[in-house]
Each structure stands twice: as C-alpha cells, then as structure tokens.
Write a protein that binds this ligand. Structure first.
Ligand code: MSP
Length: 646
C-alpha cells in the first residue's frame, strides 16, 4: 500500500446474489472491473479491486429452503462457483467480500448506529407493492400493469403483492437538496453522462423515506436495538463497499486502510441498480458523514440470442464452456470489444468466432507470426535501434503515438470498446505498413532497411501488447516475451508510451504455438434436424413479416403524461388508418418540439395496451444513437401519412 492517496484507485463490482451461479452478465461487470484495475496498474497506480456476494434476504432464505439447506450452508455452497469462474477468467480481485462476513455485519451495525444517533432512523408502518423475486417495493408511479390490470414489477414483470408491515425508515427525503446539489457540482459523476438526468429527475420527483428493515425476513443482519427486525437489503448490501476496506472496525490498521482507500474511484454496475447506487448510496454516506464515491460506470445488459440458441446448443453462455471452447482471453477480448459499454449488447457465437478469427488470428496474430518468421529465418534475432528511421517509419511512429493517445482517452472515460476498436485500426495500419514495404523482398538487397522495417513493426507490437495487457494479460505477456520484454507493473507505461521514443532493442523469440488461431466453429449443430430448427430460429418468412403492419404517421400532439417523467401521449395522424393515441417512453431523450410535426414509423396492429392508465393504440419506432439516446426513426417528407411500409 503506497501512501499517496492521489495515486490510488479503488474499483468495485456489484456484489452478486448467490441464488444463481455466475453467468455471462455477472462475468461482464467483473471483467470490466478487472480491466479497469489492470489498466490503472499499468498507469502506475496503487489499485484495490473489490468484488463479492450479497447473501442475505428473503430470496436467499427461500432458495435455501427449496434445497433443504440452512441459509448459511446454502450461501457457503455457492461461493466456489463464483470464485472458480473468476479465477478461470483471471479476474484478480484484491478482496472477495461476503455480506455474511462478520466484519461486514459489524460495519453495517456501526453505520446504522451512527444514523440512529443522528436521528435519521425512525419506526413506522410500510405498505406498498412488493416484488418477492426482486425484494423490493414499488410505488404507484413505478409499477406496470398487465393486460388484466394487475400490478407487475417493472424489472422482472412478475405480479406484485400488497404488503403492510412495521419497519424502520431512513430519512432519505431529508437528503433531496444535498443530493441535487451534489449532482449539479459533479455532472460527470456517472458514465454515461446522460444517465445523471434520469437520476436527477427521479430525485426531483420527490424522495420517500426508505424502509430499511424487515420483520418477516429472518435471514439478515439483526437491526441494532430491535432484533425482531433484520436490516433490509440495500442498507446491508451497499455498505460492502466500505466494510471491505475497514469501515466500522476498531483497529488502527483498519482505520488507516479505510482512510487510504475511501472514497471509491469507480463503482461498476449495470443500469438495473443505478438508482440504488446514485441516490440511496450517496445519501447513506452523507448521513454517515463520509465522502462520496468519485464515479460510477453504468453498463448495459448482455442480451442473448433468440432463447432457442441456448436450447439447441445447450448452456453455451456458461462462461466456463465458452472458455473451454475458445480460450479465456479470447472471450475476455470479445466481451470488452463487442459490447458497446453503455448500451445493451447482443451476445452471439458467430460474432465471437468472427472476432477471434478476424481481429486476433488474422490481424494481430498473423502480424506477429510473419514478423518473427521473416526476421528469424533471415538470421535477425537481435533487432537494434536503427540509426535513423525513414519517413514511412516515422509516419508509423506518429500513428503509434496517436493510437496510444486515443486509446488512453477512451480508457480513461471507460469507453473500452471504442479504445479497442481504435487500437485494432492501428494494428491494421501496422499490417499495411508491413505489406507495403515487402520486407521479404527488401531483405535480399538492403539488410539495414530490412532491420529498420522489423524494428518499426516491433516497436508498434510492443505498444500494442502493453495497451492490450489489461484485456488479455497472459497472451500479451507471451507477445512481449517474443520481443524480449516482460510486463513491469507500476512502471508507468503512460509516460513511456506517451513519449513514444522508438529506442528499443528487441531480442526475438518464436512462440511454440501461434499466439491466436482461428477457432473451430461451434455453430454447426450435428444433426440436420437441429440445423433446420436453427435456420427457422434465425429467419422469419415473408408471411411472418407481412403480419406486422407498419405505417408512416405524423405527430400532431405530444403531451407529457401526468405523474411520469418518461412517457409522452402522442396523437398521430396515420392517414387512412386514422388518428391514433400512441404512448412513447422517450421524454428523457426528446423534447416535445423535437416530435411535433415529425413523420415517423408506427406498428399499427399491436394489441392495444394501457400505459399509466392511458390506452396506447400502436408503437412508434425509435433507435438508440451512439450516446444511448433514443432518436426517432423518420421518413422523408414526400411519403404520405398512412403509407404502409413493405
Ligand atoms: N445484489 C445486488 C447488487 C448489490 S450491489 C451493492 C444485485 N445482484 S445481482 O446478482 O442481481 O447482480 C446485478 C448485476 O449483475 C448488474 O447490475 C450487472 O452488474 C450484472 N448483470 C447481471 N445480468 C447482467 C446482464 N445480462 N448483462 C450485464 N450485466 C449483468 O443486483
């Protein structure tokens, strides 16, 4: 632990519920944290990476009951699944916190006592619409309704039950102004930036005090002063971020540790739990008189292909099977490169295989293989620094510098997929340089120039390997070894790569196996029956398409629905189809004046449904732009209202 607090980086993942095994989604969050941790280490920072598990609550109690185990026995039995997958994927966390750890329980009680002393906790009765699977109450303004008018959970879409019970409350409402003030001062608190507006409008719509205890749930931390109650989920879970680094412990070492690491530099999570992290958590910390975390990275969901894919190919999205099939680091690369970090991304085996073949085997792997083979077969093992570089090599050197600068910027903003996309463009440029200069011809007539070409490529490969190390550490260590180097953490590569001085000598070594090979395709399903099923899965017939009626329409009126900050009520002129009332949940992204008068595309034969009590007689089409904002799908003004799309 170095002493300089500015040079530290504390990154966290959500703590995962242990009632299901880790999957691609939870792997993704943890991988992003690992990449962040490694990247910061490369930049010379002192890093602490925390992950762990959320083990209390009704859901866990029920899951344990189902399998006839005591809750603690059950949660203990689930931990190896997480630790094994994280280990396999080289996720090098510094601590794995469990909410059943005694030091966590102690910290939660310490925190609650502080709040009690301050007068921020009181006892009352809570009644609301409760979702058992999600363990949370929904308010009238957040519930959804199904076709029969029953209240359903906005997250899991299951039916809500009405509940009334005695509970302890945290005075969340008292922190409204302080929170708004904080968001105003820290507009970059959340990545992506736009998400802060969602949070601000939630807080502005009025905060209710938060129920933080349960009488019904026995599997939890006993509430201080009233052991009939247990601490309710978020008051327990969120505190893991401080309990893991010594909060609430008496020893001087624990106090020192806490002061060193807190506040966290980055909390990583998907959008499902943004509100808890961006509203409740800062308020909890304000109440305890603690500094607030510096930033939050809110990523999208990984969506799997049409459910059938996993049906026909078994548990293909099991991270362990993917690692067996394709290699751990190939999957790491794919996840970071393919998923547009702040938006939802689609997982597909085809994309995964294409990325490995195209980016890793063809682009990067071949560049390394060709360079090494050509140099070594011509007796060039030690590549010296050329006396001077020719103009073309200098152009490549400039490109290498640009590549690093843009990689750095994107990594710094946590736009990891863009950083990789830019970097692979640079790898293509190095390949182009290699081909244009035809070193296999040059070697026959000009050994000096030959060595210069190889040196320029090696310098580029060196920078590439360092940049890719956080994503594919072992493979990049192998690559560096081929050039005669080793990764040296904490040596501040930022400085070195920014200066981009090409003054390295390389000692070349061939790998036993190529660094990356094209993967054997797993897309082929053995028997034709499955093949046919798969074809049907991926395509629809023209008759299927014809069932969906889409028409061009023009928005005549647009009003925000009372009590909602998202939903617009539109009156749309659909020509011969008539005028329709259509609801669209895009108020965060588009102003009324952006919509009124515009022509768009509408699905007109969807079964009408009620949204916030108002009937929607169709669906308007939108698409997300690169920043994650919804934009209207428009048509040119020459197309008449009511024209059917075909
Ligand atoms: N226990 C709470 C979190 C408490 S944090 C103080 C919880 N646990 S969870 O097991 O449901 O994990 C939710 C998190 O898992 C998401 O926020 C996200 O980080 C990750 N993901 C779960 N499914 C995912 C996808 N399909 N795609 C991307 N991330 C996913 O909520």
């Amino acid at each position: 632990m170095k002493n300089n607090n500015n040079n530290k980086f504390y990154v966290t993942t959500p703590i995962y519920y242990v009632n299901s095994k880790p999957h691609l989604g939870t792997l993704y969050s943890t991988l992003l944290a690992d990449v962040t941790a490694r990247w910061n280490k490369l930049c010379g920072k002192d890093v602490f990476f925390l992950t762990g598990t959320d083990e209390h609550g009704q859901k866990l109690q029920e899951a344990a009951q189902k399998v006839g185990m005591a809750p603690k026995e059950f949660v203990d039995s689930m931990i190896p699944f997480f630790k094994d997958v994280w280990k396999r994927y080289e996720l090098e966390y510094d601590k794995f916190i469990r909410t059943t750890d005694p030091e966590h329980e102690k910290a939660v009680i310490y925190w609650l006592k502080k709040l009690q002393d301050k007068g921020d906790i009181y006892k009352s009765t809570y009644s609301g619409w409760y979702c058992i699977p999600c363990e949370r109450y929904e308010t009238e303004s957040t519930v959804l309704k199904d076709d029969d008018g029953n209240y359903i959970c906005p997250v899991c879409k299951r039916e809500l039950k009405e509940h009334s019970e005695e509970s302890y409350f945290f005075r969340l409402s008292a922190y409204e102004n302080q929170l708004l003030d904080f968001y105003e001062k820290k507009p970059n608190f959340i990545i992506p930036k736009e998400k802060i507006n969602e949070v601000i409008s939630f807080v502005k719509s009025g905060l209710h005090d938060l129920s933080i205890s349960r009488k019904k749930v026995k599997w939890g931390i006993p509430f201080p002063g009233d052991e009939e109650h247990t601490v309710y989920v978020w008051g327990d879970a969120l505190n893991n971020y401080i309990s893991a680094i010594g909060y609430g412990q008496d020893t001087p070492q624990a106090k020192k540790k806490f002061e060193h690491w807190w506040p966290a530099n980055l909390h990583i999570m998907a959008k499902d739990i943004l509100r808890f992290h961006a509203v409740y958590w800062p308020a909890f910390l304000m109440a305890a008189g603690l500094p607030l975390p510096k930033r939050m990275l809110v990523h999208g969901y990984i969506l799997t292909d049409s459910g059938k894919m996993s049906k026909s190919l078994g548990n293909v999205v099991d991270p362990i099977i993917l690692a067996d099939w394709y290699g751990v680091e190939q999957v790491r690369y794919y996840l970071v490169r393919q998923m547009p970090i702040t938006q939802d991304g689609h997982f597909s085996l085809k994309d995964l295989e294409n990325r490995i073949s195209g980016d890793l085997a063809n682009n990067l792997g071949n560049l390394l293989n060709r360079t090494l083979s050509l140099a070594l077969s011509n007796g060039l093992k030690e590549v010296n620094v050329p006396e001077s570089f020719e103009a073309d090599s200098l152009v490549l050197r400039d490109r290498c510098e640009e590549a690093f600068r843009s990689f750095w910027d994107e990594m710094d903003h946590c736009h990891y997929h863009i950083a990789l996309s830019d970097l692979f463009n640079f790898i293509s440029q190095v390949n182009a340089f290699f081909h244009e200069h035809q070193p296999w011809v040059v070697v026959k007539k000009d050994k000096v120039f030959f060595e210069e070409i190889i040196s320029a490529v090696c310098h580029s490969l060196y920078a590439i390997a360092v940049m890719l190390w956080p994503i594919m550490p072992k493979k990049m260590e192998e690559l560096l070894k081929c050039l005669g180097y080793r990764i040296d953490l904490y040596s501040n590569y930022e400085d070195e790569l920014r200066k981009n001085i090409w003054n390295k000598k390389f000692v070349l070594n061939k790998t036993k196996e190529p660094l990356f090979v094209k993967p054997e395709s797993r897309l082929e399903v053995e028997d034709t029956e499955k093949k046919e099923e798969k074809v049907e899965d991926n395509f629809i017939s023209i008759d299927d398409f014809a069932k969906i009626q889409m028409h061009v329409g023009q928005i005549l009126e647009c009003d925000l629905v009372e009590g909602s900050d998202k939903l617009y009520k539109l009156i749309v002129d659909l020509g011969e189809v008539g005028k329709r009332q259509i609801m669209a949940g895009v108020a965060q992204f588009l102003k009324q004046e952006d919509l009124i008068g515009k022509k768009g595309v509408y699905v007109t034969n969807l079964k009408p449904r009620k949204m916030m009590g108002l009937m929607s007689q169709g669906m308007m089409l939108f698409a997300k732009d690169q920043k994650g904002n919804m934009q209207m799908v428009t048509v040119s003004g020459d197309i008449d209202n009511g024209t059917r799309l075909s």
